[in-house]
Design a protein around this ligand. Structure first.
Ligand SMILES: CC(C)(COP(=O)(O)OP(=O)(O)OC[C@H]1O[C@@H](n2cnc3c(N)ncnc32)[C@H](O)[C@@H]1OP(=O)(O)O)[C@@H](O)C(=O)NCCC(=O)NCCS
Length: 243
């Protein structure tokens, strides 16, 4: 199948209204960035699983195919749908970007409105040493004991986001378009500084966030986990206009 780079020439400026843009003529397919609706949820769970192993397919690792999505997309889509954007092509939902403008407040909200019902659904693997836990058990442990974003990060870069695209739309510029669209939506909600947490082995994602203006953050304990924290300062002209 011919593949080409997408462009934003026809991307309308309103960030969370239905926004259509066409791929380069040589590709000949049509893409849309649009707000999430509840009918997208199953596709979002599937995308989270299909891209959940350092950017690659995680389906061989999990017995429960919703496990990844329960942490990385469903709470955003259901609790913060206005900051959840869907990328769709003619074959269906092919990606999403989601996040929150105030990470500390978001973590409090999850503790109130999201984790309690999942804790009824998934047992805490108490007594199973971390190195003996299955992938499902490791995620269940996160549901019972969600690791907080380091305070240094949440205070300096309060907003955060996640993005996942199916392989058929990777490396064609769609992620860059989604990123700019999401940042614009988040700015209208007051966000200025952003962070992401990236698995250190996901080299493609590290390069993507770097290309999008994020830099790896150095702070105490920064190298202890498998997560590389990256931040983006309010250096863009549109941020400065709004400050
Ligand atoms: C990471 C991801 C969101 C990037 O979106 P994308 O549409 O593929 O990225 P783009 O085509 O917009 O790339 C923009 C730039 O980022 C860099 N980049 C993106 N993916 C890259 C890769 N795999 N390797 C190296 N550089 C990469 C390049 O500089 C690229 O510009 P170029 O194509 O002109 O060289 C997407 O590939 C994806 O969803 N991957 C699987 C899930 C995932 O890893 N999510 C992130 C978790 S933190």
């Amino acid at each position: 199948m011919p593949r080409g780079r997408l462009h934003s020439a026809s991307l309308r400026s309103a960030p969370v209204e239905t926004t259509e843009f066409c791929s380069a003529a040589s590709v000949g397919d049509t893409l849309q960035i649009r707000p999430f609706n509840e009918g997208d949820l199953d596709a979002c769970y599937a995308i989270s699983l299909a891209t959940g192993h350092a950017g690659g397919d995680a389906s061989h690792l999990y017995r429960d195919p919703k496990m990844m999505g329960q942490i990385y997309i469903a709470p955003y889509a259901l609790l913060e749908p206005s900051l959840t954007l869907i990328l769709e092509d003619r074959d269906g939902v092919a990606g999403f970007v989601a996040g929150a403008v105030d990470t500390a407040a978001w973590e409090d909200r999850l503790e109130r409105d999201w984790w309690p019902s999942l804790r009824q659904q998934y047992a805490d693997p108490v007594g199973v040493p971390p190195d003996k836990q299955t992938a499902d058990q490791r995620r269940a442990a996160m549901i019972h004991h969600p690791p907080a974003t380091p305070a240094e990060i949440a205070e300096r870069y309060p907003a955060h986001l996640h993005m996942n695209l199916l392989p058929r739309l990777q490396r064609r510029g769609a992620g860059s378009l989604l990123l700019e669209t999401w940042l614009a939506a988040a700015r209208t909600r007051g966000a200025r500084s952003f962070h992401v947490g990236v698995n250190r082995t996901n080299v493609g994602a590290l390069r993507f966030w770097e290309a999008g203006g994020f830099t790896a953050l150095i702070f105490d304990r920064a190298t202890e986990s498998r997560t590389c924290w990256m931040g983006r300062d309010p250096g863009e002209p549109q941020d400065q206009d709004l400050v």
